[in-house]
Design a protein around this ligand. Sequence first.
Ligand code: ZN
Length: 251
Amino acid sequence: MANHAYRDKERRDIILASEALEENRDKSFYCPYPLCNSKLFVCAGDGSRKAYFRATKSAYKHIANCPYANSSVAFDDNKFNELNFSFENAMQNLLVKKNPKNSSGNSKKSSYGEHYNLTLSTIKQIYSICKRFHPNYSYGNEKIGRMILDDRTAYWYPKGVFGFKIIESCVKGRFYDSDKNEIYLVAPVANPNYHFILSISDINLYNKIRNMVFENKDKIIIVAGDWKPSNLGYGYFETKIYSDRQISILN
Ligand SMILES: [Zn+2]
């Protein structure tokens, strides 16, 4: 449930749910996903800070695959301590080879007090926060728009996508090359101007991710990368994939 929507079909004029609460509540707004033709209405939630937009009319629901309708986007962020979150640290932890010896390190703290002091760490958790909030909002130490490339934030990146970034991408055309161990994706999904190359030197990991993408060619695929310019030229970027924790499918 996003806390923002758009006043106009072109998705230029963003509005916060807290602002919409002050206006006529019968007014409908546009979904942040440009391909979605749902009509959104503001819901008060638990006061203006918790207000959000919902597609309440059955004739104007979110389309299938809309990232703002997706149940995987919803999770209980009250358990997470925003102050602990560093986007750079989170990305560095995602972009390492999985070490089975360390995997129980920080995921099994279940004593009562620590339960509500978790830090966002998985790609889905970070993505979910990115979708919920306005791109100009900050979470932890970073602005949402600096963490994610999607249709809302593409205009932040006129020169390309560099460094740590989650991309909201999809398949278009040929999506792999098994001689090079590469997967190819495009983003942002409604207006895919940029090409992304996932370079996966571990053959087992490559096969696993290729099969996963193959089975989900019609879905939105999110990838956490450390993006560098590709020698294919303008609009092409590549990252190394060290673990399947860097990639996730929206269902
Ligand atoms: Zn939608």
